[in-house]
Design a protein around this ligand. Structure first.
Ligand code: ADE
Ligand code: ZN
Length: 328
């Protein structure tokens, strides 16, 4: 049995991390960029460990050089998502990879990205919203640049601000200024934490960044008092089980804390993170959760509802997507 055609809501997807390797290889050929070393003999992204993954990711991003490349990227990524039943998706976008953080340059990229999102909506019936994301290992000063881009371009498409990258670099408080700037501009807040950091990193993130959602957050399960606080505060976890298993943040599917977290009352959702890098799709995530925890349609409908409730979009979009989910 497969959940391929089951409608899905995805909240945690890095746009560049969704790039099919053949798409990136094609761009590299067009531009005569030699990044052969990031592919294996079968054309997949190579992988050694998380730090190496970030290097491969950044090397792949060197092929994305202008708004037109991002327009094509959005369509390539959303084609994969729609193929796997995704009807609503939120994607992390980093101005660092789109014009180096300059607001005017970023605006040109954003125009191309929203153009592609509109085309995908028309052709594939999939809705996309964007979360501007600073990169933690680029440091707090660059994070302010990303936050400025976010504040200047907040709107119907750019609805959130977040942080990804190497979680063990710096402390959450180092980035509080950027998150405050984004929040004051009216953006919704999410932040990666507890993928590599322990429960104290999750607790510090909640205290200093005050996110509505946490990217991963899985290591919170090592401190049950913290788990209860997350549940009470209604903070939503964007859990990416296939990513966690692939990157060895969790030993195996059956050891993944998503099920105990949900049973203890935490609002959990399911996403792919960087699907081709981690050899996953939303279909595979649902299929593996079904196989591992015996989750059925009822649980998956609850996951979708939690995700849609926590989505960074307007009420009219939520209503339209809810109707789509109910009709399925
Ligand atoms: N950027 C892309 N994927 C990421 C992940 N899993 N963790 C942190 N930063 C990322
Ligand atoms: Zn992520």
């Amino acid at each position: 049995m497969s959940y391929k055609s089951f409608p899905k809501v995805e909240l945690h997807l890095h746009l560049e991390g969704g790039a099919p390797p053949a798409f990136i290889a094609g761009l590299a050929r067009e531009k005569h960029i030699d990044i052969a070393k990031i592919f294996d003999e079968r054309g997949n992204y190579i992988y050694r460990d998380f730090d190496h993954f970030l290097k491969v990711y950044e090397a792949a991003c060197t092929t994305l050089q202008g708004p037109e490349d991002f327009r094509r990227l959005v369509l390539a990524v959303l084609e994969e998502s729609a193929e796997n039943g995704v009807v609503y998706s939120e994607t992390f976008l980093s101005p660092e990879f789109c014009g180096g953080g300059d607001v005017a340059a970023w605006s040109d990229y954003l125009a191309a990205i929203t153009d592609a999102a509109d085309e995908a909506q028309r052709k594939m019936d999939i809705t996309l919203k964007g979360i501007i994301t600073c990169i933690r290992h680029f440091g707090p000063e660059q994070a302010k640049t990303a936050a400025r881009c976010a504040a200047e371009t907040k709107g119907d498409f750019i609805t959130g601000f977040g942080m990804a990258g190497a979680e063990l670099v710096g402390r959450p408080g180092d980035y509080a200024y950027s998150f405050d700037m984004a929040r004051e501009a009216g953006l919704r807040i999410t932040c990666h934490a507890g993928e590599w950091g322990g429960p104290e990193m999750v607790a510090d993130t909640i205290r200093d960044i005050r996110p509505e959602r946490i990217g991963h957050g899985i290591n919170a399960y090592k401190d049950l008092a913290l788990v209860d606080r997350i549940a009470e505060q209604g903070i939503v976890l964007e859990v990416c089980p296939g990513s966690n298993v692939f990157l060895n943040a969790v030993k195996s599917w059956k050891d993944h804390p998503i099920s105990p977290l949900m049973e203890r009352g935490v609002k959990v959702t399911v996403s792919t993170d960087d699907p081709p890098f981690f050899r996953t799709t939303m279909t595979k995530e649902f299929d593996m959760l079904h196989r591992t925890f015996d989750w059925d349609d009822g649980v998956f409908r609850t996951l979708n509802k939690t995700a849609l409730d926590a989505a960074f979009c307007d009420a009219a979009t939520k209503k339209r997507i809810a109707e789509l989910l109910e009709a399925a």
